[in-house]
Write a protein that binds this ligand. Structure first.
Ligand code: SF4
Ligand code: ZN
Ligand code: ZN
Length: 300
């Protein structure tokens, strides 16, 4: 099949837009979309210092590379933070990809580990009965925020793509957790919490992967061995089924959510966070989730 914009062979059929794209036009459209997303709503501003959460997985490698490319002629400063959770057979490979991309681009790189920060590898905690994604999410968020502040970042960029965003929206609907649903688009910045930006949030996962392949970043994308144990995995299958039957479902789910956010406007309440009595990180209760979790783990 030919590209919808030129005579070259297409490498992608976008069912939701009914367009075919050759490699060159796919890259052009991809980079244009991310640039628009990045500068819309002042996601990125001159003199920002952005920490990229670089796991070494495909999405994070792509977000680091594309930010590096788009921001090359700006005053915006970029560096990467990698958190090694301690997942054998998975993290070793992604750590290699993380190191390679920062070396190739000549970007400052900070590496943290759960073992060093909290005294445990994720694998050990899971063997002792912990829910992997819960522990992983709480500790990773805590470690990233602390490191971003320590290294002077005023924003943290993550590689969340359209599929991730839509899964988070659907998971919160399914759990009836409206507060958390609204927090996906925070109304204000909270003291001590470095704001997150998601430049790939409107790009489908498959297109992020394809961009990575075309750019030659990696050969095979491995999934975390714990991914299948989470609700997210079932929601992902469900949304993929819907997208297959009704192309455009993922985009319309995100657009519908944005509409709700717009309509609720000022009615969205957001409590002011206080600071954790143990570690000083921002939190809603006396102790942050990471300290509560650590207390629990240390008292076993
Ligand atoms: S799938 Fe779960 S355990 Fe694996 S990296 Fe993601 S959050 Fe962590
Ligand atoms: Zn073309
Ligand atoms: Zn704490």
């Amino acid at each position: 099949m030919k590209c919808s914009k030129c005579d070259y062979a297409a490498i992608l059929f976008q069912r939701y837009s009914t367009n075919h794209f050759c490699a060159e036009h796919f890259i052009e459209q991809f980079e244009q979309k991310v640039t628009e997303e990045l500068f819309k709503g002042q996601m990125a501003k001159d003199e920002d210092r952005i920490a990229v959460a670089l796991s070494g997985g495909k999405d994070s490698v792509v977000v680091l590379y594309i930010l590096y490319k788009i921001l090359a002629d700006t005053e915006i400063d970029l560096f990467a933070i990698t958190v090694d959770e301690g997942i054998r057979g998975y993290r070793d490979d992604t750590m290699k990809s993380a190191r390679k991309i920062v070396d190739d681009l000549g970007i400052e790189h900070e590496i943290l580990s759960f073992r060093h920060e909290y005294g445990f590898d994720l694998d050990t905690l899971v063997q002792d009965g912990a829910m992997p994604c819960t522990v992983c999410g709480v500790f990773r968020k805590n470690a990233l925020n602390r490191a971003a502040k320590r290294l002077g970042a005023n924003k943290v960029a993550t590689g969340h793509n359209l599929d991730d965003e839509v899964q988070s929206i659907m998971m919160n609907y399914l759990k009836g957790d409206i507060e958390r649903l609204m927090r996906l688009r925070p109304m204000k910045t909270q003291p001590g919490l470095v704001p997150r930006i998601k430049p790939l949030r409107e790009i489908p996962e498959k297109e992020v992967a394809l961009y990575g392949i075309v750019k030659g970043f990696y050969e095979e994308a491995k999934d975390c061995p714990y991914a299948s144990l989470s609700l997210r995995s079932d929601v992902r299958d469900m949304m993929n089924r819907f997208e297959n039957l009704f192309p455009g479902t993922k985009h319309s789910t995100l657009k519908g959510y944005e509409k709700v956010i717009e309509l609720t406007g000022d009615k969205r309440q957001q409590t002011n966070l206080s600071f954790c009595k143990t570690c000083g990180e921002p939190c809603a209760q006396d102790l942050c989730k990471a300290c509560v979790l650590l207390d629990k783990l240390n008292s076993r």
